[in-house]
Design a protein around this ligand. Structure first.
Ligand code: OAD
Length: 251
């Protein structure tokens, strides 16, 4: 039995075992152990090196579409080389144990699906999808030229990644599906997120208001930490497998 296993609060393990509907919110931290940089970690986070205003807003794209397209192309390559880690896999395992399981992610990397999670609610889109900046429709293929970004085959407008940028709204059906799960669940996990970006950061608070057990998994303290039922300080790739082992020991 490892130390982490022994330090997990008994009440948390009991709540996990008794859970009927689990909702999970993940952020960049769950993919950190797959080698994908987070946004706000000092030194290693993307926003420590780049300005979000220059790369992740519609205005930035209008100002310099080539820069934005190429930055996302670089991130897409990083992601293409990454594989799901033990944290992603532990959530797949939990999905098999729960009567109802809703996985909500702010990540655009698709690693939950690659690990085997089903019906993932992607709040901020997916970096592998492309849409037309003008029409907003998803585009599957386009003519490659030496120009970046490429052009929409329907209207000739510029193509962009199908992710949500600062200043843009989340698709309302997606947001409401996430809100409904946060309100209906009896157990809510907030994993690897700084809990700073709205509206995602509201989800654990909604769950708390609706009497769910709310558990945060993060090596650092966040604005959410003081409010949750249990804050487990550690890496998702270590804490989540330990929680699975503790709640559902193999015979
Ligand atoms: P952040 O970079 O803001 O936060 C990552 C969190 O993960 C931090 O609180 C870290 O302490 C924690 N963390 C780091 N390594 C971890 C590990 N191995 N296990 C568990 N936790 C770990 O990322 P997000 O909260 O996802 O949006 O950021 C939210 C949104 O802001 C992103 O979706 C993105 C960003 O700007 C857009 O691009 C619209």
């Amino acid at each position: 039995m490892d130390e982490l296993f022994l330090n997990l609060p008994v009440g948390l393990i009991e709540a996990l075992r008794a859970a009927r509907h689990m909702a999970v919110l993940t952020g960049a931290g769950i993919s950190a152990e797959s080698g994908i940089p987070t946004f706000r970690d000092a030194q290693t986070g993307l926003w420590a090196k780049y300005r979000a205003e220059d790369l992740a807003t519609p205005e930035a794209f209008q100002r310099n579409p080539q820069l934005v397209w190429e930055w996302y192309a670089w991130r897409r390559e990083l992601i293409a080389r990454a594989a799901p880690n033990l944290g992603h896999r532990a959530l797949v395992e939990m999905e098999t144990r729960l009567q109802k399981f809703t996985l909500i992610t702010q990540n655009v990397d698709g690693l939950h699906q690659q690990a085997g999670s089903t019906a993932v609610i992607e709040l901020h889109g997916n970096i592998t999808r492309t849409k037309c900046f003008q029409e907003g429709i998803v585009v599957e293929s386009w003519a490659e030229t030496d120009q970046a970004p490429p052009r929409c085959p329907h209207c000739g407008g510029l193509l962009r990644p199908d992710v949500v940028w600062f200043g843009e709204s989340l698709p309302s059906d997606i947001l409401w599906a996430a809100m409904d799960a946060a309100r209906a669940c009896d157990f809510f996990f907030s994993i690897g997120t700084s809990a700073l970006v709205q509206p995602a950061a509201l989800l654990p608070l909604e769950a708390l208001q609706h009497s769910a057990t709310v558990v945060e998994v993060n090596p650092d303290v966040t604005p959410l930490s003081a409010h949750v039922t249990y804050a487990v300080h550690g890496l998702a790739g270590q804490v989540l497998p330990a929680l699975v082992r503790a709640a559902w020991p193999s015979p």
